[in-house]
Design a protein around this ligand. Structure first.
Ligand code: ADP
Ligand code: ZN
Ligand code: MG
Length: 475
């Protein structure tokens, strides 16, 4: 019997607002516990929440980027449960009237893209954090994170493989970073994903019993955890067992998912409209304004790089995947660089250096104009491609301009024919054996001669001219 997996994702993204959702406390990450709290986010009696306009705007922006319908009327609800990190005893969230409904996200499919439908996007507040370290007998609560705005994105159960789920998350991360609503940092938890997983016989329509997988804080873990869970469920069914609806945690050390709590322990949240907050009613003109001010999305950029500049799909994907990289690349082309040449430098030498330091392209000392300059030096034959690599590395380290490095280090390419000829003559005289072998048909010795010239000239000889002279002399 063939089984197929069915996956739906529930994603939480922390929004990049400076202040919390219902008070003026800072959202900065990593401060001393409880230094960013006030009576509102600490849940004191009698306080009133005031909606953060930016948080609402960010969710709308995301909804527009993900092709959702923006609700002109939406409302906030109380989700009631008891947990020490939730000071009010309820979380303000949205229930029956979320800010955005429907929409979809496109992920790479077989040949064309696959559309994964979205159910909704809503806005809610984060809870605090329980801390169990530091004492054998006590636990602590840090409320710095309580009231930080989160958006929850819920997908329809249309994802079929662990790889698709990972691709979905990667694409979503790219988009939220592009439109500047979340930093998408999975390790720090500003982008988190719970996955609902079930399996069913291929060809059937009915959904199987699902489990909910939590605690996957990287793309790699999402893929591993879901692969494991799908295989586990299939095995249970094949052995005649039944899947239990439950929440399971990914254990990255053991490489397995483990039962955390069953459905019986699930909460009844007793949702009801929050009487402290008025419904949100939009002017369509406000939504139009947000739409008009949005940056170009990654897929649009990618298409443009391919169609207008002839960049290969894989490269276009890479360049478009980070907004800073895409804009840096666009700037070089605007300044006159050949798009393909610029692309090759960025995806090769440049990205290698950036990755070594784990920094973004716009944090580098090399600016778009600097790449354009070195490309010009190569084009005009002032330096060879090989020397250019050394120059580039020096530029990267010191921030010096290419022209200055070339001058200081005397790296100008030797293209002067008579000069090269006398060097080549010397080499041929010293290597009569090789010359004889070459003449007897060992063509691959050509690269030996070129190598000798490069050694002699410290890599500065113009390879094209060296080849011409050698061919003439040996031919
Ligand atoms: P719950 O009532 O348990 O919260 P929802 O219907 O609200 O479940 O769906 C939550 C998430 O689970 C959504 O992303 C949805 O697509 C997904 N989902 C629902 N049913 C299934 C299923 N049988 N298999 C896999 N995913 C599912
Ligand atoms: Zn506060
Ligand atoms: Mg639900």
């Amino acid at each position: 019997m063939q089984y197929e997996a069915v996956i739906g994702l529930e994603i939480h993204a922390q929004l990049l607002t400076d202040t919390k959702i219902f008070c003026g406390c800072s959202t900065r990450f990593g401060s001393e516990p409880n230094t960013q709290t006030c009576p509102v986010c600490a849940g004191m009696p009698g306080v009133l929440p005031v909606m953060n306009r930016k948080a609402v705007e960010y969710v709308v922006r995301t909804g527009l980027a993900l092709n959702c319908e923006i609700s002109l009327y939406s409302r906030f609800a109380r989700k009631n449960y008891f947990y020490p990190d939730l000071p009010k005893g309820y979380q303000i969230s949205q229930f029956e009237l979320p800010l955005c409904e429907g929409g979809y996200l496109e992920i790479p499919g077989n040949g064309s893209n696959t559309k994964i439908s979205l159910t909704r996007i809503h806005l809610e507040e984060d809870a605090g954090k329980n801390i169990h370290e530091g004492s054998a007998s006590d636990s602590f609560v840090d409320l710095n994170r309580a009231g930080v705005p989160l958006m929850e994105i819920v997908s329809e159960p249309e994802i079929r493989t662990a790889k698709e789920a990972t691709d979905f998350m990667k694409k979503l991360r790219t988009i939220v970073r592009y439109i500047n609503v979340s930093d998408g940092n999975m390790e720090q938890g500003s982008l988190r994903c719970d996955a609902n997983v079930s399996v069913r016989q291929e060809g059937t329509k009915e959904l199987g019993v699902k489990t909910e997988i939590k605690n996957m804080n990287s793309f790699r873990f999402i893929e591993k955890a879901l692969d494991y869970e799908i295989r586990r469920q299939i095995k249970v069914l094949q052995e005649g067992g039944r899947i239990v609806q439950e929440t399971r945690l990914w254990n990255s050390e053991k490489g397995i998912t483990e039962s955390m709590r069953s459905k019986e322990e699930a909460h009844d949240y007793r949702y009801f409209p929050d009487p402290d907050l008025v419904p949100i009613v939009f002017d369509t003109s406000w939504i139009d304004d947000i739409k008009a001010n949005m940056s170009e999305l990654p897929d649009v950029k990618k298409e443009r790089f391919m169609n207008e500049w002839g960049i290969a799909e894989q490269d276009a994907d890479l360049l478009a995947s980070e907004r800073s990289t895409a804009e840096w690349f666009e700037e070089t082309v605007k300044l006159g660089a050949d798009p393909k040449a610029a692309c090759n430098w960025i995806k090769g030498d440049f990205m290698k250096l950036l990755n070594e330091e784990s920094i973004q392209i716009d944090e580098s000392r090399i600016k778009p104009g600097d790449l354009v300059e070195i490309l010009g030096l190569i084009d005009r034959g002032t330096i060879s491609g090989k020397i250019a690599k050394t120059v580039f590395e020096e530029m990267y380290k010191t921030g010096k301009k290419a022209g200055i490095i070339v001058e200081e280090k005397g790296l100008v390419q030797m293209s002067d024919e008579s000069g090269l000829e006398s060097i080549i003559d010397d080499i041929l005289v010293k290597n009569t054996d090789a010359v004889d072998k070459f003449k007897a048909g060992e063509n691959k010795l050509m690269s030996f001669f070129v190598g000798q010239v490069m050694k002699e000239t410290k890599g500065k000889a113009n390879p094209k001219i060296v080849n011409e002279i050698l061919r003439k002399k040996l031919g």
